[in-house]
Design a binder for this molecule. Structure first.
Ligand code: SF4
Length: 321
């Protein structure tokens, strides 16, 4: 796990706010505001944070489903956003996405087996006569049965639909997969099954994941490294053991304190953050977290904290760490 498969440098994604008679740009929603990280081959990198912090936008921008505003995103050293449409199309199978709601992307009138195989045909990656075998093989790998091929999306449970979503991504033989909240709509028992499936597939297919979730406990089971996002910026990144064993940023500590402990004899003091997340169209000055940080000082309101390495690849952006 040494080669950086994905490299993100100073990524910014702003959405313009238009107003007035001429619909001029009067501001920007800074969904992603100068984010850098890399994901090594075979690694599973988790991005966590409250909803609206920009993590899904990062996932979509990496796959070029959304155009960036600034910054560089490279896959195996190639700048994805500089590729021609033709080159991007041939790169597409290697970069796949698993969505939170696979049902939304399935046509209710198309049989599930055909839906799983359609991108294979579209990209010319298999002969028509071989598609069915490839689909069945992938369905079985994802815990579905061959007879499911003929069924329609409404005939499946939530967990099975997510297996269909995973099969649709996997059939393309990808190297890198963005999983965007893939289990957040599922019951807890089903969540565990899907996490285990993703973990098994990663081992079997040597996949590299960007795993996006608002739930730290989900990320803990699958990811080698975790980045914590707040209002368009990464505030802390560390290996799983470092982050869960020694969280440093006050925001990470607050998120950690909300994870339930399965042992009833143990108690963890809950850190409740006051107030809502500020608007990304008008983020606070200095440290963006200062309006909710329980230990903020006057300095935090004025000065943006440097995002620095505090040892062993543990990065944090806080004046008081
Ligand atoms: Fe809190 Fe200040 Fe650290 Fe920001 S820089 S997280 S406001 S202590």
């Amino acid at each position: 796990m040494s080669e950086a498969l994905i490299q993100v440098q100073q990524l910014k994604k702003y959405f313009p706010i238009r107003g007035g008679v001429f619909q001029r740009t009067i501001g920007n929603v800074k969904a992603v505001d100068g984010v850098s990280f890399q994901i090594k081959r075979g690694e599973s990198f988790g991005l966590v944070g409250e909803s609206g912090c920009g993590k899904s936008t990062i996932g979509r921008t990496i796959l070029r489903l959304t155009e960036k505003t600034e910054g560089v995103i490279s896959f195996k050293g190639q700048d994805i956003h500089q590729l021609s449409n033709k080159d991007m199309r041939s790169m597409r199978p290697k970069l796949q996405m698993i969505f939170q709601d696979p049902f939304g992307s399935l046509n209710p009138r198309i049989k599930v087996g055909e839906a799983i195989g359609e991108a294979l045909i579209d990209h010319g990656l298999a002969k028509r006569k071989d598609v069915r075998d490839r689909v069945v093989e992938t369905m079985e790998l994802c815990g579905l049965a061959s007879y499911h091929y003929e069924r329609y999306p409404h005939e499946f449970s939530g967990g099975q639909r997510q297996r269909i979503g995973i099969a649709r991504a996997l059939i393309m033989n990808p190297e890198f997969v963005v999983a965007d909240e893939p289990v957040s709509a599922l019951d807890v028992s089903i969540q565990a099954q899907i996490i285990n499936l993703l973990s098994d597939l990663q081992r079997e297919k040597q996949l590299t994941y960007l795993f996006i979730s608002h739930d730290l406990s989900v990320v803990e089971h699958l990811c080698n490294r975790v980045g914590v996002m707040y209002l368009g910026s990464i505030v802390e990144t560390a290996s799983r053991s470092q982050l869960f064993g020694n969280p440093l940023h006050p925001y990470t500590k607050a998120l950690m304190s909300a994870i339930p402990i399965p042992d009833p004899t143990l108690k963890r003091e809950r850190i409740v953050l006051e107030g809502d997340i500020p608007s990304p169209a008008n983020p606070p000055s200095g440290c963006k977290f200062h309006t909710r940080c329980p230990i903020a000082t006057e300095w935090c309101k004025r000065q943006i904290p440097e995002y620095r390495d505090v040892g062993e690849g543990h990065f944090v952006a806080c004046h008081l760490v």
